[in-house]
Structures are given as C-alpha cells and as structure tokens.
Ligand binder design. Structure first.
Ligand code: SF4
Length: 314
C-alpha cells in the first residue's frame, strides 16, 4: 500500500489565527477564557485548549462583567456582539476575516433594504451569525437556501432586486449550480465580486478531486461537525472512491484497506497536521510502504491577530 497526501490540506489562515488568539489570551490573562462556540470545529483542537483553560460555551448570559470572551472563527450575530457589550465583557474577535467580509456584504444589503439570499447549511454557526447581520423588516428580509428546491420555493418576485451571499465552506460545484439557478430566476440579481467560498475551501476541494483519480480509498481527517471536512468527504464519494471522515488514527479499521493499493490522505481546514502524521504511522503499522506528498497550490495567506493581543505581554 502507498499513501498519497493531498496538498494543500489542514489548517487555513483563519483557523491558525483563531487558535493563536485563544492561546495568546490564555497566556496573557490566564484561565478561564470563554469562547462562544467551539473555536474551530475540531475535537483535538478543542480538547487541547480546554486542557489549557478555555471554556467553550453557547450561552453568554451568565458571564460576569469583565470576563474574557472570544468569538469563534465562524463569527457571531449583531445580537451576540451587542449582548457582550451590554454585559461589559472583554471581547477578542476570532471571526475569520473572510467570514467578516460576508458579514459586511450582508450588512450593506440590509442597509439598502434589498432582499438577500444566503446559500448555506441550516443550523451552522456561521450561517446563524451571517443571518444575524441582517435586520429583517417589512420591506426586506434574508432567506436561507440549501438547495435548488429551496430557491424554487422562494416567494420573491422574479424581477425585483435580489442579492445573494454564501457560507464560506460550501461545495464549489453544488453552489455553482444553485447560483446558476438564481441567475436564471432573478433578472436583477446581485452578488459578491469575488466568490464567498474561501480560498482554503476551494484549494482543499480541488486537491481531493486530484487525489480521487489516483486512490482506491481516501481518508479525510476532520470532526463530524466540520463543514469543510464533510464537503471533502462528499467529493471523494461523488468520484466513486470509498471515503472516510476520521477524527484520529483511533478511528481506522484495518479491514478498510483490504485489496487497496493507494490510500489518499487529506485534512479539513480545522484539523492539525499532527493528526495526519499519527495516521501515517498507523497506516505504516497496517503495511503501508511509500508516502508521497502530492503537488498542489502553495498557500501564502496569513491573517494578523488583534493588535491588543500581539502587543500585550504577561
Ligand atoms: S475555512 Fe476559510 S472561512 Fe473558514 S476559517 Fe478557514 S479561511 Fe476562514
């Protein structure tokens, strides 16, 4: 058996930044540091930060004045931001700048009173945060669509001005089909100048497409609630390759690899490299011989952490 490792894979700039913000806050202010929702959707990362004193919470109601609160990489609604301010919490915002870009688009459509369609997955925290950036009124609202059926069910008039935005971690192919459908239906549709699906999601999806041409099985390292990891799994399955989403080497089952020659390995944007390396070690125990890094786009994007954290010292 040979192992082919996808490039790029694993941590993106937004995840790197969110973890760095949490670690800096812990080292400067000490535990506990509260984080609204899991900082990123990965069990290893969350447990690691919990061990250092981070507390992941959904409800901020009971936090005492002056508590330190971090907003996760997925972003939050205006309501949460206002509530944190009313309660006098000290907030560090780890929202990925590429999610903030979508928030700003939505805010503008809201101010302009243009009905807006968000393409995304119901219940995902990023989607809740983005919806919560739009002030729905009698004149204009925000609508969530997950598929083409949802577009057909919209009661908006076909000739009225309509805007659209998307969640950042969607399937490129599925989203393109939904956008095409929106364009056909709404004559006066406006959308982002540059894609809302982020560079990291795009690059990881393209890398798995390449991998799927060469592999008999693909392992995607990521947690069950990670949107972009699930999209990577779907790409492998759509290409007809047996594809498993695994949290760590402990999830591997030796029988998966019976009669398999080439194992593809990748990781979602929230999964750390150590998990890939642990899986490689386990696969070697199962008899894998060669490990090859495939060629792919070299990512250079980085995001700075808030000034206050980069200049403060313990
Ligand atoms: S996956 Fe994309 S949007 Fe999400 S944190 Fe990473 S760079 Fe930002």
């Amino acid at each position: 058996m040979n192992i082919l490792i996808a490039n790029p894979r694993g941590f993106c700039a937004g995840v790197d930044r969110a973890i760095e913000i949490t670690e800096k806050a812990l080292s400067i202010f000490g535990a506990p540091i509260y984080v609204k929702h899991e900082i990123v959707h990965n069990n290893y990362v969350v447990k690691n930060l919990e061990a250092k004193g981070a507390k992941f919470i959904e409800n901020i109601e009971n936090l005492k004045e002056g508590s330190i609160l971090i907003f996760s990489a997925h972003g939050v609604s205006n309501d949460i931001e206002n509530k944190a301010q009313e309660k006098n919490l000290k907030v560090f915002n780890a929202t990925c700048p590429l999610v903030t870009k979508v928030h700003m688009e939505v805010q503008k459509y809201s101010d302009d009173k243009i009905n807006t369609i968000l393409i995304g997955h119901k219940g995902h925290p990023e989607v809740e945060g983005t919806i919560g950036r739009y002030k729905s009124t009698d004149q204009a609202r925000i609508f969530l669509v997950e598929n083409i059926n949802d577009v057909n069910a919209l009661t908006l008039k076909n000739d009225e001005p309509v805007a659209y935005v998307t969640q950042t971690t969607l399937s490129l192919d599925d989203t393109e089909k939904i956008i095409d459908h929106l364009k056909k239906r709404f004559k006066n549709l406006v959308g982002p100048k540059k894609e809302d699906i982020c560079y990291a999601t795009q690059n990881r999806q393209n890398a798995v497409k390449k991998l799927s041409k060469k592999c008999d099985i693909i392992l995607v390292v990521g947690s069950k609630n990670s949107s972009n990891s699930n999209r990577l799994k779907e790409i492998g399955i759509k290409a007809g390759v047996s594809t498993k989403l695994v949290d760590s080497e402990n999830d591997l089952k030796v029988e998966w690899f019976n009669n398999k020659n080439n194992i593809g390995l990748t990781a979602g944007a929230s999964a750390p490299e150590i998990l890939i390396q642990n899986i490689v070690s386990k696969l070697k125990e199962f008899g894998a011989l060669e490990v090859t890094e495939t060629e792919g786009v070299v990512e250079k994007t980085t995001f700075k952490i808030p000034k206050e954290l980069s200049t403060l010292h313990r």
